[in-house]
Design a protein around this ligand. Structure first.
Ligand code: ATP
Length: 680
C-alpha cells in the first residue's frame, strides 16, 4: 500500500497523541493509481469503475432494475450517467440522477459537465428547489429527490425519464423512501400500459443490498470492487467527553504538522456549533507562530445561502489551509478538492418521533456505521487520505449498522399530504420499503384532518381544496395552512416573512464572548409577543435600512441568511399569487399575526401550570421554554411553538404568545378534549 509521502500519519502523530492507528480495515484500503493533476479524461479512466465499464453497460442495458454497490469514490455517480449516455441507453428520454441534498446535485452536475466538456445546463443540468439549470438539450439531469417527487405530482408515470438513478440510497430520507415507492409504481404501470420502459438503478457505497434488491422485484445486485486511494482510519484511545474540544485539538494538531495544501473537513451537528467553532478557530489561528501558515475556515450547513455553500469547493489561496466545518450535508456524494483529512465527531443532529404522542424532536445523537463510512469516504478521493474518528474503535463497533430510515422517526403529516397529492388512493397501504408504524401514519392523517386538509369521499380519503393548496407549498402542512389562512386575518405579508424566517436556520448571531452587547442590540426588537414577532421586527428593520451590512454587524444579524430569507419569501409569495390570494399587511396590528399562527400551529400549543412549568396540550408532556426564547422570563399562559429540542429537558423553541380563545377557535373539538384534563 503506498503511503502518503508528505504525511505518514502513524509516524507524524506523536506518542501520547489522542489517536492510534488502525493498520487494516477490511475492504477499506485497496489502493489504485493516483490521479492528481492528470487530464480529466485520464482521471476518468483511472477510476475503479472504468475497469468494469463494458460489463456494466451490458448488464444495465438488459436489466429493468439494478442495485449497484461500490466503494465511496469509485466513480458510481459521475460515471454511470455518462456510460448510459455514451452507450445510448435510454436516449429516448432523460436520465434523472437523484441526490438527497442540493449541494451534491449542483456540484455533481458541474463535475459531469466538465468531464463531458460541455456548458452546465446543456447536455448536463440540475434542478434543485428554487433553481433549474436545464434546457431542451439536457439528457443527464441531477436533481434532489424532493424535486423528482414534485414532478411526480404532475406526471406520476415520470414519462420524461427513461432511467432514474436513485443515488445514495442508504440515506433513507423521507423523500428518498417515498420516491422509491413512486418510481417502482411508475415502472410497473408503464409496463402494464405498454409505454417506454423505465429503468431504475439504485446506488450507494453503504446499503443493505438484500433489502433493496428484494424491494425492487428481486433485481440483481452489481458489486463494484476496489477503491482508488487508500484511507487511513484513526480512533481515539479513550472516549471523548467533549467532542467539540476534541475536534478543536485535532484541527490544530493537523494544522501544525501537515503541509498547508492538505485541507480538513470536520463533521459536526449544526449551525450554532459550527459558527462557534469557526470563530474559535479563526481566533486561535491569528495567534499561532508564523511557521503555521494561515487558515481559512469555511462553515457548511443546509440553511446557508446556496452561493455560500458552494464556497467550500473553491481552493484556498496558496499556502493557506482550508478547514471546512460541516453538518452531514457534506457526508455523501461530494468531492471537495484538496480534502486530505476528515475529522468525524461521530455525532449528528437528527429527528426522533414518538408516534404515540405525535411529537417530533430534534436531538444530537451518534451516527450509524454507514454514516461513519460515508464521512470517511470524503477523504481519499484525489489521493490518499486520513480520517480521525473522535471516538474509540469499541464505540464504533457499537454503532447501529444503518441509520434508521427517517420515515420511521419523523412526523408523517408532510409525507401523507404528498402521497395524497400524488393521487395514491390507499395511503395506509402505500408500498413503503420500510413501513412506518400504523400509529404514526394514523397520527399524521389525524393531524391533516385537524388542519382541514383531508376528507372522506365515497369511503376514500382525499385532499380537500384547502389540502390541495397546502400541497403546493414546499413547507410543512402547518406553515402552509398559516399562509393560506393569512388573508382572513389581513396579515399575509407578515406571515410570509415569518415562515420564510423559520425556513432558514437562524438569522441571528449570538457570539458568547459579546453576550451583553448582543442582548442590548436585540432588546430594540424584542417583544413580549414572542420569538416570531421579534424576528418580524428584525426583518422589518433590516428592510428599512436596505439590508445595510454595517447595520447587520451592529445588530448581530446574519446578513447572508437574511438574503436567503428574501429569496424564500419571494418564492412563497409567487405560489400565493398563483393561487390568487389577496396579500395584505396588518401594519402595527400584530395580534392578527399571532392569531393566524395559532391557527397553523395549534397542535404545538403549551399551557402554563400553577407550579410555573409548561405542559404540551397535545400530549400532556412536560416541556420548558428554551433559554434562547424572548419569552424565557415571561411565563405567558398559552404559547404555540415551532419545535421541541431534547437536551437536558424537552425545550420548546421559537414561541409565540397566543390566547386560549384562538386555539379553541382554530380547532374547537380538539381543544374541548385537550384543555379539560390538564389542570390537576
Ligand atoms: N468535483 C470534483 N473535483 C475533482 N475530482 C472529482 C470531482 N468529482 C468527482 N471527482 C473524482 O471522481 C471520483 C469519483 O466520484 P464519484 O462521485 O463518481 O464517486 P462515487 O462512487 O459516486 O462516490 P460516493 O459513493 O462517495 O458518492 C472522486 O473520487 C474524485 O476522484
Amino acid at each position: 500500500m503506498p503511503q502518503d509521502p508528505d504525511h505518514p500519519p502513524a509516524k507524524r502523530f506523536k506518542p501520547g497523541s489522542p489517536f492510534f492507528r488502525l493498520d487494516k480495515k477490511p475492504g477499506m484500503l485497496l489502493p489504485r493509481k493516483g490521479n492528481a493533476s492528470v487530464p480529466i479524461d485520464v482521471q476518468r479512466k483511472n477510476l475503479p469503475i472504468y475497469q468494469a465499464k463494458s460489463q456494466l453497460i451490458n448488464q444495465l442495458r438488459q436489466l429493468h432494475s439494478a442495485v449497484l454497490i461500490g466503494e465511496t469514490g469509485s466513480g458510481k455517480t459521475t460515471q454511470i450517467p455518462q456510460y448510459l449516455y455514451e452507450a445510448a441507453i435510454g436516449r429516448q428520454g432523460l436520465v434523472a440522477v437523484t441526490q438527497p441534498r442540493r449541494v451534491a446535485a449542483i456540484s455533481l452536475a458541474s463535475r459531469v459537465a466538465e468531464e463531458k466538456k460541455t456548458q452546465l445546463g446543456k447536455l448536463v443540468g440540475y434542478t434543485v428547489r428554487f433553481e433549474d439549470v436545464t434546457s431542451s438539450e439536457t439528457k443527464l439531469k441531477f436533481m434532489t429527490d424532493g424535486m423528482l417527487l414534485r414532478e411526480a405530482i404532475g406526471d406520476p408515470l415520470l414519462l420524461r425519464y427513461t432511467v432514474v438513478v436513485l443515488d445514495e440510497a442508504h440515506e433513507r430520507t423521507v423523500h428518498t423512501d417515498v420516491l422509491f415507492g413512486v418510481v417502482k409504481s411508475a415502472q410497473r404501470k408503464r409496463r402494464e400500459q405498454n409505454k417506454v420502459p423505465l429503468k431504475v438503478i439504485v446506488m450507494s457505497a453503504t446499503m443493505d443490498v438484500d433489502l433493496f434488491s428484494q424491494y425492487f422485484n428481486k433485481c440483481p445486485v452489481l458489486y463494484l470492487e476496489g477503491r482508488q486511494h487508500p484511507i487511513n482510519i484513526f480512533y481515539t484511545k479513550l472516549p471523548q467527553s467533549d467532542y467539540l474540544q476534541a475536534a478543536l485539538v485535532s484541527i490544530f494538531q493537523i494544522h501544525q504538522e501537515a503541509p498547508a495544501s492538505h485541507d480538513i473537513l470536520v463533521f459536526m451537528t449544526g449551525q450554532e456549533e459550527i459558527e462557534a467553532l469557526a470563530r474559535t478557530c479563526r481566533d486561535i489561528a491569528k495567534h499561532l507562530p508564523d511557521n503555521c501558515g494561515p487558515m481559512m475556515v469555511i462553515p457548511l450547513y443546509a440553511s446557508l445561502p446556496p452561493a455560500q455553500q458552494l464556497r467550500v469547493f473553491q481552493p484556498a489561496p496558496k499556502g493557506c489551509r482550508k478547514v471546512i466545518l460541516s453538518t452531514n450535508i457534506a457526508e455523501t456524494s461530494i468531492t471537495i478538492s484538496g480534502i486530505k483529512f476528515v475529522i468525524d465527531t461521530g455525532m449528528v443532529k437528527a429527528k426522533r418521533f414518538n408516534p404515540e404522542s405525535g411529537l417530533e424532536v430534534l436531538a444530537v445523537q451518534r451516527v450509524s456505521k454507514a454514516q461513519a463510512w460515508q464521512r470517511a469516504g470524503r477523504a481519499g478521493r484525489e489521493a490518499s487520505g486520513s480520517v480521525y474518528r473522535l471516538y474509540t474503535e469499541e464505540e464504533f463497533d457499537n454503532l447501529l449498522p444503518m441509520t434508521v430510515p427517517e420515515i420511521q422517526r419523523c412526523n408523517l403529516a408532510s409525507v401523507m399530504l404528498q402521497l395524497l397529492a400524488l393521487g395514491i388512493p390507499d395511503v395506509m397501504n402505500f408500498d413503503f420499503m420500510s413501513k412506518p408504524s400504523p400509529e404514526a401514519m394514523r397520527t399524521a392523517l389525524d393531524q391533516l384532518d385537524l388542519l382541514g386538509a383531508v376528507e372522506k369521499k365515497d369511503e376514500e380519503l382525499v385532499l380537500t381544496p384547502l389540502g390541495k393548496k397546502m400541497a403546493s407549498f414546499p413547507l410543512e402542512p402547518r406553515y402552509a395552512k398559516a399562509i393560506l389562512l393569512s388573508p382572513d386575518f389581513q396579515c399575509s405579508e407578515e406571515v410570509l416573512t415569518i415562515v420564510s424566517l423559520l425556513s432558514v436556520d437562524t438569522v441571528l448571531y449570538n457570539p458568547p464572548a459579546r453576550r451583553e452587547e448582543c442582548l442590548a442590540a436585540r432588546r430594540k426588537f424584542t417583544t413580549s409577543e414572542g420569538d416570531h414577532l421579534t424576528l418580524l421586527n428584525i426583518y422589518r428593520a433590516f428592510k428599512k435600512v436596505n439590508a445595510n451590512k454595517e447595520w447587520c454587524r451592529e445588530n448581530f444579524v446574519n446578513s447572508r441568511n437574511m438574503g436567503m430569507v428574501g429569496e424564500v419569501r419571494s418564492q412563497l409569495r409567487e405560489i400565493c399569487l398563483k393561487l390568487s390570494m389577496k396579500l395584505e399587511s396588518c401594519g402595527a396590528d400584530t395580534g392578527r399575526v399571532r392569531r393566524c399562527l395559532a391557527h397553523g400551529l395549534f397542535m404545538n400549543a403549551a399551557e402554563l401550570q400553577p407550579d410555573g412549568s409548561y405542559t404540551a396540550l397535545d400530549t400532556h408532556q412536560s416541556v420548558a421554554i428554551h433559554p434562547s426564547s424572548v419569552l424565557f422570563q415571561g411565563k405567558p399562559a398559552y404559547v404555540v411553538f415551532n419545535e421541541l429540542l431534547h437536551t437536558s429537558k424537552c425545550y420548546m423553541r421559537d414561541l409565540c404568545l397566543v390566547d386560549a380563545d384562538w386555539l379553541v377557535e382554530a380547532a374547537p373539538e380538539y381543544f374541548r378534549r385537550k384543555l379539560r384534563p390538564t389542570k390537576s
